[in-house]
Design a protein around this ligand. Structure first.
Ligand code: EPU
Length: 340
């Protein structure tokens, strides 16, 4: 078991934006026992600690100070079932999409709408990943995390995670304090395809599937995503770069008067979520570059690295796009990836 740090490690392969950056110190975490030994051995005391999963939701500074812990804890198993659901646990280092496909192949459906999302299982709860009418929180049961101060292993249930739209306690009070080591999902035995999102229904129609299985839905989502979203292996990106902003009912009424085509989604509390991709597109930034980075030509919400970019290039473009949308529509965009 590795307990020594590597020094001056290039992080370009470890972030899906492909930004050029390096870490002072770096170590792969492959088990909870190894992490606890590091903490108890005092190795991490007084150090800045940066936790990386698949690196699919981060913007890295060119020099990442401190120790990078890359979570690579493996494992996936059915840990139990009752009349209503299967309970499936995965190590934080498992690749999200492979895990989703594995559950489907074993006959435990429920995560299919979240197919092909980049990143690891352990990163999924941090921003409560979501797509095509489903959020991870809808299938979440509990997670285990190691307290970086004490080395204690703590269980967080759904309530303790305080999930919101691309949000959780791990982006707030619990940020920088814990390393998520495993996540357990509750997959209900009663299954109905979730086809509320028009794109998914259309894709199944096109494939002439009338009575879809969970794997059919997954395949449809994979096709839609592959068309709209760039493969990070080919073009660096971190998925949606901004959240869809949520505005008050009054604010939306004014916006809708001027822009009747603005795609929008009314929320339970009366507020309205509006499409950031559309705002960026209309502000003239779809397919436009600034230095080595740009907003993707097929989905304006995706910031892409055309080659050789650093975190500074990304933040400059992000600020420029944010200002353009603010000036045009009076709406402030909030960044989705975490700045490290
Ligand atoms: N649109 C434009 N121009 C664009 C992009 C989008 O006009 O350049 C319009 C589309 O026509 C559509 C609307 O905006 O009417 C929404 O676009 P899309 O269906 O592509 O979804 P999104 O709201 O941009 C969200 C999530 C994605 C998720 C998809 C599918 C956020 C920030 N993004 O994108 O999540 O995959 O819905 O459910 O909530 C991610 O978070 O990294 C991510 C990719």
């Amino acid at each position: 078991m590795q307990l020594a740090f590597e020094h001056k490690v290039p992080l370009t392969p470890f972030n899906t934006l492909g930004l050029e950056a390096f870490a002072d110190d770096f170590i792969d975490i492959v088990s909870v026992a190894q992490l606890i030994r590091l903490i108890k051995g005092g190795e991490l005391a007084e150090r800045r600690i940066v936790v990386l999963g698949g690196g699919s939701n981060v913007v890295l500074n060119p020099h990442v100070e401190g120790v990078v812990l890359r979570v690579a804890i493996p494992g996936r198993e059915l840990i139990g079932e009752d009349d209503e659901a299967w309970y499936v646990r995965a190590g934080a280092g498992e690749a999200w999409h492979d895990f989703v496909r594995w559950t489907l192949e074993n006959g435990w459906p429920g995560l299919e709408n979240l197919s092909l999302i980049p990143g690891t299982v352990g990163a999924a709860p941090i921003q409560n990943i979501g797509a095509y009418g489903l959020e991870m929180a809808d299938r979440f049961f509990a997670l285990e995390a190691v307290d970086l101060k004490s080395g204690a292993v703590i269980t967080f249930d759904r309530e303790a995670c305080r999930f919101g739209y691309r949000d959780s306690v791990f982006k707030h009070e619990a940020a920088d304090r814990f390393v998520i080591s495993s996540v357990t999902f509750r997959l209900p035995k009663t299954w109905n395809p979730m086809l509320a999102y028009a794109d998914v229904a259309q894709e199944l129609e096109r494939a002439q599937v009338t009575d879809p299985t969970p794997i059919d839905v997954s395949d449809a989502v994979v096709l839609i995503r592959s068309r709209k979203l760039p493969d990070p292996g080919l073009l660096g990106n971190a998925g949606s770069f901004f959240k869809n902003p949520v505005v008050s009912a009054e604010r939306f009424a004014t916006l809708a008067q001027h822009y009747p085509n603005l795609p929008h989604y009314p929320q339970a509390d009366g507020s309205v979520k509006v499409s950031a991709g559309w705002l960026i597109d209309q502000a003239g930034w779809k397919g436009r570059d600034l230095g080595p980075v740009g907003m993707y030509e097929r989905q304006a919400l995706i910031l892409v690295n055309r080659g050789g970019a650093t975190g500074e290039d990304v933040l400059l473009l992000a600020d420029t796009v944010r200002a353009a949308v603010r000036d045009r529509f009076g709406v402030m965009l909030e960044q989705e990836p975490v700045l490290i």
